[in-house]
Design a protein. Sequence first.
Length: 162
Amino acid sequence: MASNHSGRPYLLVALLAMAVATVVVAQQRSPRQYAVGGQAGWTVNFNYLRWASGKDFRVGDSLVFNYPRGAHNVMKANRTEFMTCTVPQGRDDLLTSGNDTVVLESPGNKYYFCGVASHCAELGQKLAITVRPRSILAPAGAPSPSQAATEGRPSFAFGFFW
C-alpha cells in the first residue's frame, strides 16, 4: 500500500507561517516612555551616560524631562553643540515647561543638554542616546546571530527534519 504524502507540503507551509508570525509578534513592542534620569529627573551632577546604558531606545518611544520649571531647560542639539555645550543664537526649540516630552521620530544619535549657565559644561547635564528603528527585524547594521547571543539578545532558530 502506497503512503499518501500529498498533505505534507501544506502542513509544512502552515507550520512555517505560524513560526514566522510568532517571531514577528514576539519581536515587536509598544512604544515606551522614559523618564530621563529616573527618580532624579533632569538635574545637574547626574550620570546620564550610566542612566541611558542598557536602554533600548526605538523610534516611537518618548523621553520625558522632569525638572523644576525655571531651574533647567532642554536643548535638542547636534553633536557639535552637545560636545561644546553651545546654545546657538536664534534657536526657538528650547523646552522650558519642566515636564517636556520628546518623541523619538527617527533613528540615529540624539543629543540633549541643559542650556542654563554652566549646567552642561561644568555640571554634566547632558544626554546622548542612539535611537534604533521601531522593528527589530533586520535593521541596518543588525548584529550577527552569534553577536546577539553573546550580548544576551534573544535569537531564534527553526528547522524541519524528516
